[in-house]
Design a protein around this ligand. Structure first.
Ligand code: NAD
Length: 310
């Protein structure tokens, strides 16, 4: 039987490409900026790629989009629905990797690891422990905004590993609790309550018009002066200018961010944020473990295959 054709429009892990090739006749990195795939493709595989209504209009044969990862803010999902194009993203599969990175950023901020590495390795400084400050995370209260796959994985890791009580804020959070229900936690219905009571505040909501700038200066003001803010969700959920102001004024202890409004983030744009006391930033790599990359691309590939065969 002839394999269906799949246009792979992003640069994916070779092992995942090999898997896609076992199911599909693949056109690799099919001219992502050009028009070639539009006129021909019934199925495409993407990661960080904009799909607008215009794109769909120009691709009349397109039936299904495999999207590696969770966030769909770059894909016009309503237009896809309108035009009968199926979107297969891969929720849940990257939750472990993103949750691990969230804890990694928490530790990095609390113990100033990146700064100490730079001072030691780049500046050749001899650092004595008596001269540095660090914050303990064990037993601290963790406030989680957005209790989806990643928020729940973060809850399990913090509570399971560090015995942290959890405060959860998510207006759409299902009444049925997940496998973490034995964890000490309470739900709040007001964001302010979470902000005021948490030692670590961590954001795991999608970027939407209602979550844009959800944490701005007034929210940062509500946080404890000793608190750490984490964002491994999306740039723009926390207002960057307000965060700079808060860090410079030492309104909070520090912040660990995997996401920026401008991506990839450049030194030119982010010099000031990156120099803020207590800030640790990484370039959107929370899901970038080999295992997770392969698993998410394969899941998107499977989604496309099932759709075409089913
Ligand atoms: P999910 O859909 O399982 O969970 C999102 C949760 O947010 C849902 O429970 C939803 O009810 C809640 N929510 C929505 N709006 C809210 C609001 N205004 N206030 C509070 N809660 C709200 O998604 P997920 O898999 O947990 O992923 C969360 C986000 O993480 C994704 O949307 C994506 O943007 C981001 N992400 C980032 C990376 C990375 O590499 N840094 C990787 C994967 C996902």
């Amino acid at each position: 039987e002839k394999k269906p054709k799949l246009y792979i429009l992003s640069d994916f892990h070779p092992e995942a490409v090999k898997y896609a090739q076992s199911l599909f006749d693949c056109v690799l990195y099919g001219d992502p900026k050009g028009e070639a795939w539009r006129t021909q493709a019934t199925a495409i595989l993407i990661k960080d790629y904009y799909i607008t209504d215009q794109d769909l209009k120009a691709a009349p044969q397109l039936r299904v989009i495999g999207k590696q990862g969770v966030g769909l803010e770059k894909v016009d999902v309503d237009a896809c629905k309108k035009r009968g194009v199926q979107v297969c993203n891969t929720p849940g599969i990257n939750a472990g990797a993103v949750a691990e990175m969230t804890l990694c950023l928490a530790f990095s901020v609390a113990r100033a690891v990146p700064e100490l590495v730079l001072r030691q390795r780049v500046d050749g400084e001899t650092i004595r422990k008596e001269t540095i400050h660090g914050a303990l995370l064990t037993g601290k209260t963790v406030g989680i905004i957005g209790m989806g796959n990643i928020g729940q994985a973060v809850a399990r890791m913090f509570a399971g590993g560090l015995q942290t009580p959890i405060i959860a804020y998510d207006p759409y959070f299902p009444k049925e609790l997940g496998p973490w229900e034995h964890i000490q936690h309470r739900r709040v219905h007001k964001l302010d309550e979470l902000l005021e009571s948490s030692d670590i505040v961590t954001v795991h909501v999608p970027l939407t018009p209602s979550t844009q700038d959800m944490i701005s200066y007034p929210q940062l003001q509500k946080m404890k002066q000793t608190a750490i803010l984490l964002n491994t969700a999306r740039g723009g959920i926390v207002n960057e200018d307000d965060l700079i102001q808060a860090l410079e004024e030492k309104l909070i202890y520090g912040a660990g961010f995997d996401c920026h409004v401008q991506e990839p983030p450049t030194k030119q744009k982010y010099e000031r944020l990156w120099s803020c006391p207590g800030f640790v930033g990484t370039p959107h790599i929370a899901a970038a473990t080999d295992e997770t990359q392969i698993a998410t691309i394969n899941a998107a590939t499977d989604g496309v295959f099932k759709f075409l065969k089913g």
